[in-house]
Design a binder for this molecule. Structure first.
Ligand code: CUA
Length: 318
């Protein structure tokens, strides 16, 4: 994959990118040319009309009609060119091809989740086939996020209680950065992922393997994989350090104090409830910011995560 990125943007890998980049370059170089002209005129005038002995203070020129027409007409033409060109690009961005495959995107603090047409789901990893238009139907479960893939030149706000849409057609296989580009709280900077563009065949294989995920592997290992894949890692450490949420290390079997009084024993039911209804019991000293994983995790995956948390014992004792 050749990378012809520049100072401002990474290389483009969608059908939209070339048009956007061409307009960007046009505005950029026109700006440089006019910047040079203006700076040259300033420097020249400062030198040419510097204070001298015996020099009169007035030039005798009151007006230059030709110059005035030129500096009105040229910028007007340039601005109209930019408008027409930009409007064409706007239409290209907002008219979604009819045959586009639709993927549901959900933003929440602080991860992205994706629902594919055939029932597969993924977190922070959007997998799409190359050379096919993909429509993203997006909404948020909490605050405003913004979906940004620089390599595709697409960016769209993701709002609660409303759908927004965008689309792209990737032109090259590879993994491209995905960012949340609207400040959405403490872990905004962790709300990142990848768009993995794969061949048609690989995409079909991925869909199939995602429905069989976890088969033929120890349940704790599957849980460890999900811990990263489903973005638990954003807020929960496994090394004993408190983060946005409690650490998983040595958590199982503990008595935890709860906000609002009372205690709870961390057992299977407590963990399951904390995953599906995170607001039900809040551990003392933490904010009630965890989103629900209802609909994101299947029962089998919840079991695997619980098994993984169970396996994280302090110093191997207990
Ligand atoms: Cu979501 Cu920033």
């Amino acid at each position: 994959m050749k990378d012809n990125g520049n100072l401002f943007l990474p290389s483009g890998h969608s059908t939209i990118a070339p048009g956007t980049d061409a307009l960007f370059d046009f505005i950029y170089y026109v700006s440089i040319v006019f910047f040079a002209i203006v700076v040259f005129a300033i420097v020249y005038s400062v030198w040419r009309f510097r204070r001298r002995k015996n020099a009169g203070l007035t030039s005798g020129v009151a007006q230059n009609t030709t110059l005035e027409i030129l500096w009105t007409a040229i910028p007007t033409v340039l601005v109209l060119i930019v408008f027409a060109w930009g409007f064409k690009g706007y239409l290209r961005l907002y008219i979604i091809p009819k045959d586009a495959m639709e993927i549901k995107v959900t933003g929440q603090r602080w991860f992205w989740s994706f629902d594919y047409p055939d029932g597969a789901t993924s977190v922070n990893d959007l997998v799409v086939p190359v050379g096919k238009p993909v429509k993203l139907l997006m909404s948020s479960k909490d605050v405003i996020h913004s979906f940004f893939v620089p390599s595709f030149r697409i960016k769209m706000d993701v709002l609660p209680n409303r759908y927004t849409m965008t689309w792209f057609e990737a032109t090259d296989t590879g993994a491209y950065d995905l960012f949340c580009t609207e400040y959405c709280g403490a872990k905004h900077s962790s709300m990142i992922g990848k768009v993995r563009v794969v061949g048609e065949r690989e995409y079909a294989q991925w869909l199939e393997s995602s429905s069989k995920a976890g088969e033929g592997m120890p349940v704790e290992d599957y849980g460890a994989k999900l811990y990263v894949q489903k973005a638990c890692i954003t807020c929960h450490s496994v090394d004993g350090k408190a983060s946005t949420g409690p650490t998983f290390l040595g958590l199982f079997g503990e008595q935890v104090k709860l906000e609002g009084g009372g205690t709870a024993t961390v057992d299977e039911n407590y963990l399951r409830e904390s995953i599906l209804s995170p607001q039900a019991k809040i551990a003392m000293g933490y904010q009630p910011v965890m989103p629900t994983f209802q609909g994101i995790l299947k029962d089998k995956q919840i079991d695997a995560l619980i098994a993984y948390i169970k396996s994280l014992k302090k110093n191997g004792n207990k």
